[in-house]
Write a protein that binds this ligand. Structure first.
Ligand SMILES: [Ca+2]
Ligand SMILES: [Ca+2]
Ligand SMILES: [Ca+2]
Length: 493
């Protein structure tokens, strides 16, 4: 018996024994490889029997033949064994009829499973309606944030996985003693542990998945030792796409694992599993993993709140009319794809002051801030009647005061009628001055229900993307008829 070898004799079983250090729950993973035989009479070796016992209780028994070439491998896994320090686990190899070529090797892993948690044990904050838009790059943080979980797994299994417990806030990483490590854009497998990044589906519908994995170079002293990784994207337990990454010594290798379309139900899971294969040497890599909804967002829109009552006309002003959703035809929304018709009303409202979201969208009567991962901030007005209107609107980009002035990437601002772009302006992240641009459009023909939107897109990041805006619509024909007493006071125009 040695570290990599175990051989029974004809009269004596070979036995390894393990005794728990503390009372608790353990997971046992056992592999046994039966080495090949080279007997003069290849029919003679009769293999071995491998057994696992907890004290006198048999947990597993398997007959393993001696192959004439290569190895025969068996695996046994028990995820939940209760142990006390008085218990003993035995791993036994018996020679059976004869001990000819009965050599083999154990690989035994015992994992402490006390106090484990899974995605089922963590409540996701659903105080705002969660949408099928998520991106590890932006959402990375505590377990459950925007539906994401960072876990350890075993081989390719996406379902039976455990939350990593050691979240190092300052380092922005999950890390454990097996060297399993997950960051917002970096992943390393652990010894015998797969890295699992899992997202809980927010709403029933159709989504697309954008994912990629970049395998770093193999720089091991023993270049033939690393065995690469296997990366798979699952919908629940069903693999959608899988790629193998060889331990390339010369190149970093990037492969995409995109899924163009998949039907999902609320509370399903979309999971990336990075399997270390047999060892985790030089398994580190970069990754991307994001979800985008295809079917419409969940929530209320202008259709739920805007009235066409006779008291309303083709006039509005955010400064005058800022209020609950729908008042005087105005809605304060966020959405994706730079499409104001792919948007929903913001839900969190501080009376007479602002609308906000947890991920940073903010709209006031004169201030607007977009969200990340493509979440635009939108001020939308719905036309009351057919006619011609003047849309008077400006946007003022605040100064870029970021410590790293290279990082902010500015905004793009659109004026749109329904899905059509009427005006578009780029705002660079200027460090020295505020920049105001006018996106007004005079003499715009509208029909009842047409949506006129000021849309602010934060681009790749939303650093210093806040800006002031004005947004006024005036009926181009009946300018004077409705200037008074819309909101109970006289307008000073
Ligand atoms: Ca034998
Ligand atoms: Ca590996
Ligand atoms: Ca930006």
């Amino acid at each position: 018996m040695s570290e990599g070898f175990i051989h029974p004799s004809i009269n004596d079983n070979a036995i390894l024994c393990w005794q728990p250090a503390v009372d608790g729950d353990i997971e046992l993973r056992m592999k046994y490889s039966k080495f090949e035989q080279n007997d003069g009479n290849p029919k003679y070796p009769d293999g071995v029997t491998v057994s696992v016992y907890k004290n006198g209780e048999n947990l597993y028994t398997k007959k393993v033949a001696a192959p004439s070439s290569g190895t025969n491998e068996i695996k046994f896994r028990d995820k939940d064994i209760k142990v006390t320090t008085a218990d003993k686990l035995y791993f036994m190899v018996s020679a059976d009829g004869n001990a000819s070529y009965d050599g083999g090797a154990f690989d035994i892993n015992i994992l402490d499973r006390k106090g484990i948690s899974t995605e089922k044990d963590v409540a996701i904050d659903e105080t705002e309606t969660r949408q099928n838009f998520a991106d590890v790059k932006y959402d990375f943080g505590e377990q459950g944030n925007n539906g994401w979980f960072y876990q350890e797994g075993y081989e390719d299994d996406p379902t039976d996985t455990l939350n990593m417990t050691n979240f190092e806030k300052d380092e922005e990483r999950y890390f454990d003693e097996s060297y399993l490590e997950i960051k917002r854009d970096f992943v390393n497998t652990g010894k015998g542990r797969s890295a699992v990044i899992k997202w809980k589906v927010a709403q029933t519908g159709k989504i697309k998945i954008d994912a990629s994995y970049t395998k770093f170079k193999n720089e091991d002293k023993n270049p033939s030792w690393p065995d690469g990784t296997k990366v798979t994207i699952f919908h629940n337990d069903k693999p959608l796409i899988s790629e193998d990454f060889e331990p390339d010594r010369i190149n970093e290798v990037t492969k995409r694992l995109d899924v163009a379309e998949v039907d999902v139900a609320k509370d399903d899971f979309i999971t990336m599993v990075v399997n270390p294969k047999e060892n985790n040497a030089y398994d580190a890599g970069k990754y991307e993993f994001s979800i985008k909804g295809i079917t419409p967002l969940t929530g209320k829109t202008e259709k739920n709140v805007v009235s066409y009552a006779p008291s309303r006309s083709n006039n509005c002003s955010t400064v005058e009319d800022f209020n609950v959703q729908g008042v005087n035809g105005l809605c304060y929304q966020s959405g994706y794809y730079n499409d104001p018709m792919y948007a929903v009303n913001l839900e969190s409202y501080v009376k007479n002051e602002k609308y906000t979201t947890k991920d940073g969208v903010e709209i006031k009567r004169d201030y607007i801030m977009p969200g990340n991962k493509g979440r635009a901030a939108i001020v939308k007005w719905v036309a009351k009647e057919e006619g011609s209107v003047d849309v008077l609107t400006t946007y003022t980009k605040h100064k870029n005061l970021d410590k790293n002035p290279e990082w902010p990437d500015g905004t793009t601002v659109y004026l749109m009628r329904n899905k059509t772009v009427l005006k578009k302006e780029e705002f660079a992240p200027e460090v020295s001055k505020e920049v105001t641009k006018d996106l007004s459009y005079e003499g715009l023909a509208v029909k009842p229900g047409d949506c006129i939107s000021l849309l602010v897109d934060g681009k790749e990041n939303t650093a210093y993307d806040g800006g002031n805006y004005t947004f006024v619509v005036e009926d181009a024909v009946n300018k004077t008829t409705d200037m008074v007493n819309r909101s109970g006071k006289t307008l000073q125009i």
